[in-house]
Design a protein around this ligand. Structure first.
Ligand code: UDP
Length: 236
């Protein structure tokens, strides 16, 4: 079957791993993601994943306590490595070859991020999980997704969320809100639509990196996108 996107960067938030839990990694959700990802890898997609850490720790919330922002951000980045290890295991259980890369050196558990090595893994059909975000405090894993997608020349960023796409207003508050199928970068800024933080969004916009925001909790959505179906909202 023909695929629409050859090289893809999938952004999975940490929160998406929680499922209905309040914290941490829900085994059923982890298995769900592993199944969805396995299906597209078997179709021949070159896949890199940026994993978040919000299900375990967020720097900004820590900075409201007696942990400093920078220290909290490092803790958040470490949280993404924990999620990355879990995802790596779940994918390996499905027979998928993976490499966990990290933006903060920790040689015993993950490879250091080296761009050329990452691309070589992709060309060999290995799924890369990028962890530790950008390696810098004051950034987010959405920024890491924008940065790594550009670095590896991905065709698209797929931002897996719990909502069906981008709406004209918050559908939970405004019954008249409608979903966009397509929206331009300029319109997102003009209408102040909330897709990712501005640093990440600007980077995508400046590098002409399309983003698809979609509901990753719905089975087969990821495969449908890879096969060229219009699922979620395409920002370009
Ligand atoms: N973080 C950071 N620099 C990065 C990426 C992440 O400092 O390049 C920290 C930041 O504190 C953030 C936390 O790691 O709150 C977890 O990442 P994020 O909130 O992006 O995860 P998600 O929302 O996707 O679960």
């Amino acid at each position: 079957m023909a695929i629409r996107y050859k090289r893809v960067l999938l952004k999975l938030s940490g929160e998406s791993l929680m499922g209905e839990d309040e914290y941490g990694i829900n085994p059923d959700m982890l298995q769900h993601y592993a199944e969805e990802i396995t299906a597209i890898v078997k179709q021949g997609v070159e896949l890199a994943i940026v994993i978040g850490g919000g299900n375990i720790f967020r720097g900004l919330q820590a900075s409201k306590s007696n942990i400093s922002r920078v220290q909290g951000d490092y803790m958040g980045m470490l949280a993404t490595v924990i999620n990355g290890l879990a995802l790596q295991s779940a994918l390996e259980n499905n027979g998928i070859f993976t490499r966990l890369m990290t933006a903060i050196a920790m040689d015993q558990i993950a490879e250091p991020y080296i761009r050329r090595r990452a691309i070589s893994h992709l060309e060999k059909g290995r799924v890369i999980i990028f962890s530790a975000g950008t390696g810098n405090p004051y950034f987010t894993t959405d920024s890491a997704a924008a940065l790594r997608a550009s670095e590896i020349n991905a065709d698209v960023i797929l931002k897996g969320t719990r909502v069906d796409g981008i709406y004209t207003a918050d559908p939970e508050k405004d019954p008249l809100a409608t979903k966009y199928d397509n929206v331009s970068f300029a319109e997102v800024i003009k209408s102040k639509l909330n897709i990712m933080d501005m640093t990440a969004f600007t980077m995508c916009s400046e590098n002409d990196m399309p983003i698809i925001v979609f509901n990753i909790e719905k089975p087969k959505n990821l495969s449908r996108i890879i096969q060229g179906e219009l699922v979620g909202t395409l920002v370009e």
